[in-house]
Design a protein around this ligand. Structure first.
Ligand code: PRP
Ligand code: URA
Length: 216
């Protein structure tokens, strides 16, 4: 698979651990939710590395002045959770990005056609073009939902090069579609699984992430 966009699978033991917990069909909802929160936290930590805007300054320590780096509060940071399943990852992301604005986007796939439709859109009419946007959705399967989310964002002024996707399982059909449309995009995922079956589920994947997060 040749891709223009960049996909990072951080080789971190905590990410591997919580992915294993999430994959296990015997994991109850309450623990599955914890796994999503932890994966959201650690994948956001990785994604923030060269994405969060910083500014250089000087601070006075008790002993001397020191050069210092702070998060730049002037540059807007936004998190866009794709409902429902993206809410679990949002909780972990928010612990690291407490000042980010949260813009909810509700998308659901039709079980037969696998086409997404939008039932909630809290995006602003226009984003500042400098906005750093982090999208959370655990599953990139056919890619229809994330392509719809990216279309909503870019038509409101979001720069794909300043956008990061945090997901848990990404599959080739989604990665190929996103790469062709947004070659500057960067994705952080716990794993890449090769198969999407005829029902649109990633195999082995982790099943229906929304249902498992909310116990439905
Ligand atoms: C799931 C998942 C993604 C989408 C991925 O959501 O959370 O949003 O499917 O599939 P795709 O790449 O083929 O579009 P779902 O529509 O099941 O809604 P839910 O989160 O409310 O369960
Ligand atoms: N959505 C899910 O929740 N799981 C999949 O495997 C694919 C799409």
């Amino acid at each position: 698979m040749t891709l223009q966009l960049r996909v990072y699978v951080p080789p971190h033991p905590l990410i591997k651990h919580w992915l294993a917990v999430a994959r296990d069909a015997a994991t109850p909802s309450v623990l599955f939710r914890s796994a999503m929160v932890e994966l959201g936290r650690w994948l956001t930590y990785e994604a923030a590395r060269e994405w969060l805007p910083t500014q250089e300054t000087t601070v006075q320590s008790p002993l001397d002045s020191s050069p210092a780096t702070l998060i730049n509060p002037e540059v807007p940071v936004a998190v866009v959770p794709i409902l429902r399943a993206g809410l679990g990852l949002l909780e972990g992301a928010q612990t690291l990005l407490p000042l980010a604005s949260i813009y909810h986007l509700g998308l659901v796939r039709n079980e037969e056609t696998l086409q997404p439709s939008c039932y909630l859109n809290k995006l602003p009419e226009k984003f500042d073009p400098q906005t750093r946007v982090l999208i959370t959705d655990p599953m990139l399967a056919t890619g229809g939902s994330m392509m719809a989310a990216m279309a909503e964002l870019t038509q409101r002024g979001v720069d794909p090069a300043l956008t990061r996707i945090v997901c848990v399982v990404a599959a080739p059909p989604a990665l190929q579609k996103l790469s062709a449309a947004y070659p500057g995009l960067i994705i952080y995922t716990a794993t890449i699984d090769e198969i999407v079956n005829d029902q649109g589920y990633i195999v082995p994947g982790l099943g229906d992430a929304g249902d498992r997060t909310f116990g439905t």
